[in-house]
Ligand binder design. Structure first.
Ligand code: ATP
Ligand code: MG
Length: 421
């Protein structure tokens, strides 16, 4: 037990971490191009932020949160999602008083007590963005465009964008009644959670993962057919904006999303190649969330994108993530003076920005060169007492095993020159 990570968590080991760094770097770059700035919020928050924000009939709040009491008996919850904390920070720092909109992105771990399977973990990672301060569909189109650009920039071809409108509290009332009427004869067959949702929030039943409930909701009234004029116009505007941007989409009236705070726009990027957990990116508009958690009435829109699922999709698409280069220079030594000179030269080269390694196991020369080869060093510099007496070092090209003698005062320049090739 001591040597096993908790169920549903995964170490990201050095041999794989470059993939994560690659995806995160691309995301930072694209966010920067779109004018989104990074925000970092705590890993834990007051529990109430999520019960209020995410909604108490959602899977997350009903059964997935890592909640505990701290030593002062405060109820604390590890972030199950990224939006509520960013909203909390926006209100706390009165960022709404600055020029609007506020455009932020984040890269975070999320925690949900779920049944672990491919693409579903208890600790997973999300890339996300939020735009606060505008209800205009230009903002929805902008963030959807960002997600779409990001996915294609990563070389993903098989994802489809699905969009829907889940209306506003006004038009949802009529839908709620129609839905209740439709579900009433099937009430007894609903799962226990959905029986509770029937009164409180029947739309949640549409998103239930239980196969029985999924069957029961087939043919249920869809929100799209109940939109008020304002929500309908907004949805049409969004589609016009996406078309103008050249972003392909399909209207999918079945999208509900797993969090209660969404209004109007809801969207998902879905892959058909990674099994049941095909939703890589999910998001939408939340015009009441900021007010709901105690801020002013300011609308917002955003998305969350799971990094683990993204990497699965990239793999399924045959995307090759470039592995980082090995060291440019490996400094091998023999003898006491050789060692001292190697220590000095290694430091100087590193100082000059050349990726340089030295064997800290102090193996013999053969062992050092074997190690240099295994770590993918491009050049090895061999320094021995004899060479030092002659004022030279040996420069070995590891790729073709050729070697030459280089004057000691020239070695740095030679390596700088080679690095450029
Ligand atoms: P799902 O329907 O698959 O449970 P969700 O609606 O709960 O997803 P969101 O809360 O919108 O998902 O989270 C956004 C993204 O985070 C998802 O699209 C997915 O890529 C990722 N994600 C969500 N839950 C997990 C998890 N348990 N493990 C790994 N990734 C996850
Ligand atoms: Mg979920």
């Amino acid at each position: 037990m001591l040597t096993n990570a908790p169920k549903g968590t995964k170490d990201i080991m050095p041999k794989d971490v470059y993939k994560w760094q690659y995806v995160e770097k691309k995301f930072r770059e694209i966010c920067n191009n779109y004018g989104f700035k990074e925000v970092r919020t705590p890993v834990f928050e007051h529990t109430e932020l999520f019960t209020r924000g995410v909604g108490d009939t959602t899977d997350i709040v009903e059964k997935q949160m890592y909640t505990f009491k701290d030593y002062a008996q405060r109820s604390i919850t590890l972030k199950p999602e990224g939006t509520s904390p960013v909203v909390r920070a926006f209100v706390e720092h009165k960022t709404y008083a600055e020029v609007q909109p506020t455009k932020m992105f984040y890269i975070i771990p999320c925690f949900r007590y779920e049944k672990p399977q491919s693409g579903r973990l208890r600790e997973f990672h999300q890339l996300g963005i939020e735009t606060f301060g505008t209800g205009n569909m230009l903002a929805d189109a902008e963030i959807i465009g960002l997600a779409s650009d990001f996915l294609s920039e990563l070389g993903i071809k098989d994802v489809e964008l699905h969009i829907n409108s889940i209306g506003c509290p006004e038009c949802r009332k009529k839908h709620r009644e129609a839905l209740r009427e439709f579900l009433l004869p099937k009430y007894d067959q609903l799962c226990d959670a959905c029986k509770g949702r029937f009164d409180k929030n029947p739309m949640r039943i549409l998103d239930c993962k239980s196969p029985v409930c999924q069957k029961l909701v087939q043919g249920a009234p869809m929100m799209l057919d109940y939109l008020c004029d304002d929500c309908r116009n907004a949805f049409e505007e969004l589609q016009a904006n996406l078309t103008a941007m050249g972003v392909d989409f399909v209207v999918d009236p079945g999208i509900v999303r797993g969090l209660d705070y969404y209004t109007k726009t809801a969207f998902e990027f879905v892959s058909n190649n990674i099994g049941a957990q095909g939703t890589v990116c999910g998001g939408g508009r939340y015009d009441n969330l900021i007010e709901e958690i105690g801020g002013p009435a300011i609308p917002g829109v955003g998305f969350g994108l799971g990094i683990e699922r993204l990497l699965l999709v990239m793999e399924a698409n045959g995307v090759e993530i470039p592995e980082p280069d090995g060291a440019s220079a490996f400094i091998a030594f023999m003898g006491e003076r050789g060692r001292n000179y190697a220590l000095k030269l290694t430091r100087e080269l590193r100082d000059m920005g050349i990726k340089t390694e030295m064997d800290v196991l102090a193996r013999n020369l053969k062992g050092q060169l074997k190690y240099a080869d295994r770590i993918g060093a491009k050049y090895a510099v061999v320094i021995g007492d004899n060479e030092l007496d002659e004022g030279v070092v040996i420069l070995k090209d590891m790729a073709n095993s050729t070697q030459e003698s280089v004057k000691i005062e020239n070695i740095k320049n030679v390596l700088i020159e080679k690095k450029g090739r």
